[in-house]
Every structure is written in C-alpha cells, then in structure tokens.
Write a protein that binds this ligand. Sequence first.
Ligand SMILES: *Cc1c(COP(=O)(O)O)cnc(C)c1O
Ligand code: SF4
Length: 346
Amino acid sequence: MSWKSQLANSITTPEQLATRFGIDPEPLRAVSARYPLRITPHTLDLIEKPGDPIWRQCIPDLNELVVDNLPEDSLNEKSFSPVPAVVHRYPDRALLLVSGQCAGYCRCCTRKNRVGTTALAFSAEQIAAGIAYIQATPGLRDVILTGGDPLLLDDDRLEDILAQLHAIPHVEIIRIGSRVPVTLPERITPQLCQLLARFQPLYLNTHFNHPRELVAASIKACALLADAGIPLGNQTVLLSGVNDDSEVMIELCRGLLKMRVRPYYLHHLDQARGTAHFRVPVERGLEIIAAMRGRVSGMGIPQYVVDPPGGQGKVPLLPENLLDVGETIKVRTNCGIVELPNCSLL
Ligand SMILES: *Cc1c(COP(=O)(O)O)cnc(C)c1O
Ligand code: SF4
C-alpha cells in the first residue's frame, strides 16, 4: 500500500478506536476535539495492549485536559520568530516550519497546541518569506526543516523547498526532523531517498522512543536512507510509562546503532500544556544516562538536554553537574548555573 493510502487509512476519531479496542469513546471525544488525533495502521499494529508504551504515545488521554498552568508556547518560540514560518534562536541555525501535519500525532508533542491545525499550516507565501529571511541572513549556516513533519509534503514540494535552500551559498547544511520512519515507514521510498541525496550535506533526525518501534518496516526505511548516504540521528523524549527505564533506553540505543541511527538527544520533556502526565524528574533522567555508561558504546549514548522555559536554548544535563535538588534543580552547564523547576514537585 502506498504511503498516501496508509495515511488515508489512519484512525482519526475516538469511534474508530472504540471499534478496534472495545473502549468507551465518550471520554476521548473532548480530548480529540481539543488536540488532533491520527494513528497510522503501522502504529496501530504495534499496540499490544491498552496502556503499553505505544498506546501511551498515540491514544488520547483525559489527563491532556487537566487544567495546569503550563504555557502553550513553552519555548517562547514566538519571540524568536522573525517571520511566521521561521524560529531563529541561535545565531547560526534556524528552524523552517514547512508542514503543519504529522503522520501520527504524539500526545506528548511540545507543539500540540498548534500541530495539525491551521496555526501551523503556513501558506506557500509564508514559507517563501521564510526562505527569503534565510537568504537575507548570512549568519545562518544550518537550516532545520520541521513543523509538523516535513516528509508529509509531496516529493515535488519538498524538492522545490530543498532546491531553494541548497542554492543559498551560506547555507552549509540542511537537516530534516521527521517521525515518518517510526509512524509511516512506507513514506521512505527509493525515489524519496534519491531526491534527498541530491541536496547533500543533508542530515535526517528521527524520533524513536521505544525499542518496540524498531520493527522490520522501520529498519528497512532507515536502511534505505543510510544507503542513500543520509546520516541519521535520533531524538528521543524522556516519557513516563514509555522509556523512563534504563533497560528500555539501553535496548533502544543499542538497536538504533544497529540501524545506523546515532542517538543524538534525549530530551527532557518541555513544559507544554497538556503533557504533565508524561513528566519524569530530572534526577531520573540523570540516573538513566549514568546507567548507560559502560553498557552502551559511547556513540550510542545521547546527550540529555533540557530546553528551559524562557528561551535560552538547549542546555546539556550531566550527572556530575547536578549541584542541588530542592524546589529548583541547579545544574552547572557551559552557560553558567541553570535553575530549573523541580518537575517532581509539579
Ligand atoms: C533544537 C533547536 C535547534 C537545533 O539545535 P542543535 O542543538 O543544533 O541540534 C535550532 N533551533 C531551535 C529553535 C531549536 O530548538
Ligand atoms: S511527530 Fe513531532 S511534531 Fe509531530 S506530533 Fe509527534 S512530536 Fe509533534
């Protein structure tokens, strides 16, 4: 089946979930009315039972509607948006938001307030304005296509955007952030790989969160990309009930290395509204990283990072740099001592 028919056959309503799992759709209606729901047939087949790590990532949960005081734009991205489709926080690199849609909507998404809605669906003119901004900003050496998921664009549209960026002399590298190798592996066709390979140096970072996602179709998708010469990385989010366990993380990272996907970041969860039920204390994340040393090749240990609210950018978290745990967590970093709210108290 083509990737478009896979996508068209996705589950998008609580009623379809009720039919499949024999659950009551009523409580889920309010959640899916607030935040978009999409689960591809591929992801659905990975679910073994309600509440398992795949289920938790994709099935709406009433906890998403718990009234919390977490912000909707937790990273303060608006203040770093010179034009709507660009986020420019670091001097040398910027995000270009090229698609508002994803193959599957992760319940833990930082942009869950906007993803899959018109708020992230930028027009061709807005994306053109984003490219014009990048062209007019010579300090930008690294452009990261994101959204939403850039690989939900048609090949033609993607080619058009990549060709324009590739033609800008100061843009030295292009990166694509995409979860389709996990949620819609059929999207990684030989034609797509040939297209991407024309715009080297081009890196692709994907988003596996659990070893049970490393199944044949995803392994094949990553092999096609790697064979086309696309360096692959992985950004995992530390999620309660999914991967907040050192054995799970070790199995995930060893499996990724076998697939030629280098674990890049382990993200501490952003403080976005509707995601508090996924929160894991920073100390737990540090314990997991400590447990990996000596048991996983160094190149298989991701950098544990947090993006503190307020927008100073990503900060690496290392077990040896933990200074104090109280109402706030104090960590020594190369940007000085950073204080974070203690998530276990939230
Ligand atoms: C994470 C991020 C980047 C990329 O950061 P790297 O550490 O280079 O991977 C760029 N811009 C923004 C706004 C980001 O949040
Ligand atoms: S794939 Fe990425 S952008 Fe899309 S819902 Fe999941 S975390 Fe959010």
